[in-house]
Design a protein around this ligand. Structure first.
Ligand SMILES: *[C@@H]1O[C@H](CO)[C@@H](O)[C@H](O)[C@H]1NC(C)=O
Ligand SMILES: *[C@@H]1O[C@H](CO)[C@@H](O)[C@H](O)[C@H]1NC(C)=O
Ligand SMILES: *[C@@H]1O[C@H](CO)[C@@H](O)[C@H](O)[C@H]1NC(C)=O
Ligand SMILES: *[C@@H]1O[C@H](CO)[C@@H](O)[C@H](O)[C@H]1NC(C)=O
Ligand SMILES: *[C@@H]1O[C@H](CO)[C@@H](O)[C@H](O)[C@H]1NC(C)=O
Length: 501
């Protein structure tokens, strides 16, 4: 072989290796963020330049759904590719002293990727359980390392905590009678209460460190960043406080966007940006009861706590330069589809369980159609008796039951706040493509064949559903609340440790 053919052969092998090396994944998950909250989804005064850049140079989803309109169940489904009803993360959400958590025999996307040698890390809000001696922490579910508050940052008294510099106290009181929110590193408490003003900076540094080390060690990596932003109470450090025209919510969103920018910068500096798939979405719709301090569902009806579109349809963006062409997709997709998609791209085997997610790679890589035809909307307190409240099949959505929610109180639409459960027989039927705001119920006689089809899809789904034992119904024990001085008294006040990050 002459030198030229050796070089050509070498170039060929290098190119094939480059293609064959599995991509890195960064999964960004905002909190209580509505369909209408980002600049690139139409909000006039949100400043989200980094997310807007991902949307402009990546694929923006218009029809992306989560599986629940509250935190814990939505996160369980995201990480397992299975409805929360299977894993038992219902009704409602987990609390600091919850006895249960995401069962350890559930396979998370981190565990799937670890089987292919991925380095894995999570920073931010876990909210899938703490339990006795950290039984349910992310380090027990496939994540090599963790920095964050293991549940919502309003699940502890916040009236004395600082949310904006120099010392603006958090708005409201948050949950009383429990420990203040801890900041954990792996399974240890680093600070209690967590210092909100320094938190995002700590996350950016953690991300940068994690990515740099993985790249140095030539490991593919998975970084999961479920942010506390933009959940109540909003907070922001000195770099973002007062910087957004939208007020506290806007500052909090802008700080999240800033962390996204810093992650992008690290990916660029370490030279892996073109081999990294970044996926962004949020856990559920906006908490409208917070009024202008809550999010905005845009033209979607109602918000958090409901099975209307505003509760469960979320902004979503996929970005992977060179592999995902820029554009907009109307393909139907769900947070359930993340696990099968990442597994496919990593060449990892799917867990041997009943999955509800489908592979989205055809949408991502070819702007192709979805394998998914339906979305099922469980209420926040799912039961076998009532089953799913609504079904979307193609562009039609049928509501069998509707109910407003305390989380969605405050808008002029009384359907969002009215609490009695309404049964609809025949179901209310909306064409979401013609009427995304669910304003105009179609005449059921005229659309009988569509309703029959939806009913068949619903029954088929229900036949596959086996409810797992409720983890949340296992109850709480205040002795399980994370405390930095385990045996101190009197609790919860004595659980107080200040240390620099
Ligand atoms: C996990 O274990 C529980 C209790 O034994 C069982 O009911 C459930 O089906 C298991 N889940 C999976 C995903 O294997
Ligand atoms: C929990 O951890 C404590 C302190 O390390 C230990 O004394 C106790 O035995 C552990 N409990 C269980 C059930 O593992
Ligand atoms: C907040 O501070 C006030 C005044 O110092 C104090 O009385 C109160 O106990 C504190 N509350 C909490 C939950 O820390
Ligand atoms: C990523 O790909 C783009 C377009 O091909 C190229 O301009 C850029 O230099 C690449 N970046 C890295 C870090 O490889
Ligand atoms: C909204 O409220 C009105 C008035 O109570 C009721 O007639 C209608 O059925 C409700 N719509 C939905 C979708 O719940």
């Amino acid at each position: 072989m002459d030198l030229r053919s050796v070089i050509a052969l070498f170039a060929l092998i290098t190119a094939q290796c480059a293609r064959a090396s599995p991509p890195n994944f960064v999964l960004l998950f905002a909190d209580d963020l509505g369909y209408g909250d980002l600049g690139c989804f139409g909000h006039p005064s949100s400043l989200t330049p980094n997310l807007d850049r991902l949307a402009a140079r990546g694929l923006r989803f218009t029809d992306f759904y989560v599986t629940s309109s509250v935190c814990s169940p939505s996160r369980a489904a995201l990480l397992t590719g299975r409805y929360q009803t299977r894993s038992g993360i219902y009704p409602g959400v987990l609390y600091p002293g919850s006895k249960g958590g995401l069962p350890l025999n559930e396979t998370t996307v981190a565990e799937v990727l670890k089987s292919k040698g991925y380095a894995t890390a999570i920073m931010g809000k876990w909210h899938l359980g703490v339990g006795l001696n950290g039984t349910y922490l992310p380090t027990r579910q496939g994540f090599d390392s963790y920095l964050g508050i293991p549940y919502s940052h309003d699940q502890g008294p916040c009236q004395n905590l600082t949310c904006f510099p120099p010392d603006v106290k958090c708005y409201g009181f948050c949950d009383q009678g429990v420990v203040t929110v801890p900041l954990m590193f792996n399974e240890n408490i680093k600070q209690q209460p967590a210092d909100f003003l320094q938190l995002e900076k700590a996350y950016s540094e953690f991300a940068s460190q994690f990515i740099s080390v993985a790249v140095q060690n030539k490991h593919p990596f998975f970084l999961y960043y479920p942010s506390h932003h933009t959940h109540y109470p909003q907070y922001a450090g000195a770099d973002y406080a007062g910087k957004s025209p939208r007020g506290p919510f806007g500052d909090s969103l802008m700080e999240f966007d800033g962390t996204v920018g810093k992650i992008l910068q690290t990916l660029e500096e370490t030279g892996v940006i073109n081999n990294t798939l970044i996926f962004f979405t949020g856990d559920n719709g906006p908490e409208l009861m917070r009024k202008s301090r809550g999010g905005n569902a845009g033209l979607m009806k109602c918000g958090k706590g409901t099975t209307y579109e505003g509760g469960m349809r979320e902004p979503a963006i996929a970005y992977w330069p060179g592999s995902i062409q820029p554009g907009v997709t109307r393909a139907l997709a769900s947070s359930l589809d993340i696990l099968p998609t990442f597994a496919k791209l990593a060449g990892a085997a799917l867990p041997d369980v009943q999955l509800d997610g489908v592979d989205m790679t055809n949408i991502l890589l070819n702007h192709g159609p979805s394998e998914r035809q339906a979305i099922f909307y469980y209420p926040t307190n799912p039961s076998e008796k009532y089953s799913v409240f609504a079904v979307r099949w193609t562009n039609f959505k049928a509501h069998y039951y509707t109910q407003g929610a305390i989380h969605s109180q405050s808008t002029p639409d009384s359907n969002c706040s009215s609490l009695p459960l309404l049964h609809h027989d025949p179901p209310l039927l909306y064409n979401l493509e013609a009427d995304p705001s669910e304003y105009y119920n179609l005449n059921s006689a005229e659309w009988d064949s569509v309703l029959k089809q939806i009913q068949a899809v619903k029954e088929h789904f229900e036949a596959s559903m086996v409810f797992g034992e409720s983890e949340i119904a296992k109850g709480r024990d205040s002795a399980l609340e994370p405390c930095c001085i385990p045996n101190c008294t009197p609790k919860p006040e004595c659980c107080h440790c200040t240390s620099a990050l």
